[in-house]
Ligand binder design. Structure first.
Ligand SMILES: Cc1ncc(COP(=O)(O)O)c(C=O)c1O
Ligand SMILES: N[C@H](C=O)CCC(=O)O
Length: 421
């Protein structure tokens, strides 16, 4: 069947033809290719067309699609362990790998990034006995009601202030501050510091396009939360095991109280987790009074994919150097091409996450800067790239990712297509 026929029929059965809005190519003059398979750095649509994939399922596929060893592990597990709703050794293996590599005491597995962040917030509220949560405009922490204010990702792409269906009461304790703006946080803490349960932040934002936090900003968040007895939560759903083995915590050398993961830790299956200090984590039921549960949490097949993925990353530390070399080459060459063409742009990059912003500004450091970008120009660029076999995000406000399977030839192909734009 043709991509278009499938997508049109999908629209009859699923709102917008998709199961998550960012996939819908909203506002685009091309339809999304309907993806059938993936191997390494490549994906193939239902018509057999090949794309070099720079979306990588929005980050998880750092080892590339269907890595042989990871898939083998999953198949082996599936043959004997599908789901039990009971403790398994695989859960312990993944928990140990994450805790020891990232440097936290304890972890709880869930099924998505949204579940991880909303559970971490509840835990922070239970631990501090406070209600208010500080989040930053342009950061996206999933679709939990309390986070759908000035959110990034699809909410920003659709240019909507929040979401219908969210009662005012659900967001009355959400306080919005400006990313990379110490004064905006200071002001909030001076007024409400004693009521703030936590500050949640993407230490390298990836949902308004890639916007890394400055070191001073994260240091300030660490300092001010400590001073007022609030918790600092790093949302490392995207950055965990992506920007370094130890995530953004390792890159910046700053220790959060709680951290959330998803994407890479599930090796491409639905997964999430949150963790931190023992004293905080032991507030969780069945030890403590904060209730959070999940029938499918810690599912054996998901755990085995996670274990196989993290083992491979841990045993091949040079992967991160390889990704840095390739990503920096790609950034340099894109800069050269766009400069030669007289196109105004800013590239933000952290390790193998990067965004090319089309803007007259010279830096992009927060939501307001990102919102000034020329989204129409980005649309034309993305349409050209995707039509020519380079699969990038259909939104200015997302990241582009590399996997360890991408080669210099793949990047050169990207650059060739860009030259023809
Ligand atoms: C930083 C961040 N937090 C949370 C989420 C929510 O994760 P999920 O889509 O798995 O619910 C995402 C991605 O969607 C994310 O990028
Ligand atoms: N920006 C989102 C996750 O990182 C994109 C994925 C989605 O919402 O479907």
């Amino acid at each position: 069947m043709h991509n278009l026929d499938i997508f049109n029929e999908s629209k009859r059965y699923m709102p917008g033809g998709v199961n998550s809005p960012v996939r819908a190519f909203t506002g685009f003059n091309i339809n999304p290719p309907v993806i059938k398979s993936g191997k390494g750095a490549y994906i193939y649509d239902e018509e057999g067309k090949k794309y070099i994939d720079f979306v990588l399922a929005w980050g998880p596929m750092i080892l590339g699609h269907s890595d042989e060893e990871v898939v083998e592990e999953a198949i082996k597990t599936l043959r004997e362990a599908q789901a039990f709703g009971a403790p398994t050794y695989l859960e312990l293996e993944l928990a140990k790998l994450i805790c020891d590599t990232y440097g936290i005491d304890m972890i709880r597995m869930v099924n998505s990034g949204t579940e991880a962040t909303m559970s971490a917030i509840k835990l922070a509220r239970g631990y501090t006995n406070r209600d208010k949560v500080v989040k930053f405009s342009g950061c996206y922490h999933g679709h939990f009601d309390g986070f759908l204010v000035a959110a990034g990702s699809g909410v920003m792409t659709e240019n909507i202030p929040g979401s219908a269906g969210v009662p005012k009461d659900s967001i009355k304790n959400t306080i919005i501050a400006n990313y990379n703006d110490i004064d905006s946080v200071k002001e909030i803490f001076e007024k409400l510091g004693e009521d703030i349960a936590c500050v949640i932040v993407e230490p390298v934002a990836g949902n308004m396009g890639v916007v890394p936090a400055t070191r001073e900003f994260l240091e300030f968040l660490r300092e001010v939360t400590k001073k007022y007895g609030s918790l600092l939560i790093f949302d490392e759903v995207m950055t965990g095991f992506r920007v370094a083995l130890g995530g953004a915590k390792e890159v910046y050398g700053i220790e959060p109280d709680l951290v959330t993961f998803a994407k890479i830790i599930g090796g491409g299956l639905p997964c999430g987790a949150y963790g931190g200090k023992k004293e905080i984590m032991e507030m969780l039921s069945p030890i403590g009074p904060v209730y959070q549960a999940g029938t499918m949490s810690g599912n054996p097949v998901v755990m085995s994919m996670g274990v196989a993925t993290l083992r491979k990353l841990i045993n091949n530390k040079y992967y991160y150097e390889q990704l840095e070399l390739l990503s920096s080459y790609m950034q340099r060459e894109i800069e050269l091409i766009l400069n030669n063409r007289g196109i105004s742009f800013v590239i933000n990059r952290c390790a193998s996450m990067m965004t090319v912003f089309f803007t007259e500004d010279t830096t992009i450091k927060n939501y307001e800067d990102a919102k000034r970008c020329n989204v129409d120009f980005y649309r034309r660029y993305a349409e050209h790239m995707i039509t020519n076999g380079i699969y990038i995000s259909p939104s200015q406000f997302e990241a582009m990712f590399l996997s360890v399977k991408h080669t210099k030839e793949d990047i050169d192909r990207f650059l060739d297509v860009l030259r023809r734009f």
